[in-house]
Design a protein around this ligand. Sequence first.
Ligand code: ATP
Ligand code: XMP
Ligand code: GLN
Ligand code: MG
Length: 505
Amino acid sequence: MSVVILDFGSQFTRLIARRFRELGAYSVILPGSAPLDRILRENPQGIVLSGGPSSVYDEAAPKPAPGVLDLDIPVLGVCYGMQYLAHQAGGDVKRAGKREYGKADLTQYGGQLFEGIQGEFVAWMSHSDSVTQLPAGYEVVAQTEDTPVTAIENRETRRYGVQFHPEVVHTPKGGQLLANFLGICGVTRDWTAEHIIDELVSDVRAQVGDGRVLLAISGGVDSSTLGLLLARAVGEKLTAVFIDHGLLRLGEREQVEAALKPLGVNLVTVDARAEFMAALDGVSDPEQKRKIIGREFIRAFEREARAYGPFDFLAQGTLYPDVIESAGGEGAANIKSHHNVGGLPDDLAFKLVEPFRTLFKDEVREIARLLGLPDHIRMRHPFPGPGLAIRCLGAISEEKLDILRRVDDIFISGLREFGLYDGCSQALAILTPIQSVGVMGDERTYSYTAALRAVTTDDFMTAEWARLPYEFLATMSNRIVNQVHEINRVVYDITGKPPATIEWE
Ligand SMILES: Nc1ncnc2c1ncn2[C@@H]1O[C@H](COP(=O)(O)OP(=O)(O)OP(=O)(O)O)[C@@H](O)[C@H]1O
Ligand SMILES: O=c1[nH]c(=O)c2[nH+]cn([C@@H]3O[C@H](COP(=O)(O)O)[C@@H](O)[C@H]3O)c2[nH]1
Ligand SMILES: NC(=O)CC[C@H](N)C(=O)O
Ligand SMILES: [Mg+2]
């Protein structure tokens, strides 16, 4: 039993599935045009039609396959999906005079979808078209100032539509609305992270068969959790490879080895420092750096495959944000090439095993908890695969990496010492190429500026800069300038994501 989500190209389709998972419901995303028999194979108790960039009145507008809307099960249309329901039932959809983008308050609401919801309802909108004429059998159940038809329902046929996006965090009561839809569908909400683990294990077994797997492991939460999952799925056929590319933090190699040992995965550490440094020599463009790092990772895995292999599969702890930022979504823009997705070389000889590709970080942490990953790894701040290379702006050098390593160590140890580490989702130091004038011990200095950054976020898709106490920042600034002689100025980054990103490159 499931809910089938038909994808018409929205940026948020995966978030609908994610909200259902949070509510304990199992859902499957299929292409918008999936044939009826494919949908029926999922035993759907309800169908969601996602949003999308098209307009329903366009000739080429995507549609569900014939017969899908004749099924006698509840259907929820979101944005484009609602417009499609209205259009298909004989209503009218037109380009609205006012485009609604961002937050809107519902001026009134009621009906089955909103049952039990009270108080103000903030809805997040992103549309240019609106339903201008209601089809027969439907009634309007919510409105905003600019959009008279913001939610519709037809109780008899159990067809529902919302113009806003209940799946995004900016619609705070959207989860309740989706829960109401699950109730209307009669879905039993017993789908838990344990089920997800069982499903991932059986998917991996089906994909890998008798093949051998090389797991790219970093000591971070995603790949360590994957290590435990793969140990359960394929056991002995697994070799975990940790690359020291010379871009790690102070003492990190030893810490990672010590942390991974008790997990019982078969671990190989590879020293690839010379190869990475040679390949990055003189390269200053951030995308080029990322592509080179992606390629060097694969070349290093290939060398290990020759030594310990052969391996048919390369397993990586890739998450959904890595994919979408690397332009992996339908029509999505390339923000930056994550080394494990957009940075992969074209001639990749391994087949990829990436069971977490559709999940978000907090979901992986929940899986990690159930698989028994120790908390010090589970709650560790993420550290990007390209490491310090994307925090040492412009062309890197051993000297610059060494400066950055010492600054980073002071900042991260300081956060722990002051009990602030767990309150931030991620913290980092950046070495800027800016040199400026200072005065130390009555002498003129002309040295580098270090930047500190700390953010809070759940899913790393959006983030706030952390409001660290001034006293703490003052202590950090003092320690850094006193202990790292190459630095004479420290700044704190006060930009959210968007408009900035978490890493500076
Ligand atoms: N030094 C490394 N050696 C081997 N594989 C790595 C290394 N760094 C990253 N990877 C691979 O790239 C993937 C993506 O890196 P990413 O940093 O997003 O995840 P992570 O390190 O597992 O977790 P976290 O995000 O918490 O740091 C990892 O899951 C892992 O498969
Ligand atoms: O393994 C990785 N390979 C990469 O190429 C990469 N780029 C960014 N990140 C991490 O992803 C999250 C979002 O970062 P941004 O806001 O900078 O895009 C943050 O947690 C970043 O540290 C990466 N992780
Ligand atoms: N987000 C959406 O689904 C948008 C639907 C449609 N393209 C509109 O602009 O109204
Ligand atoms: Mg990492």
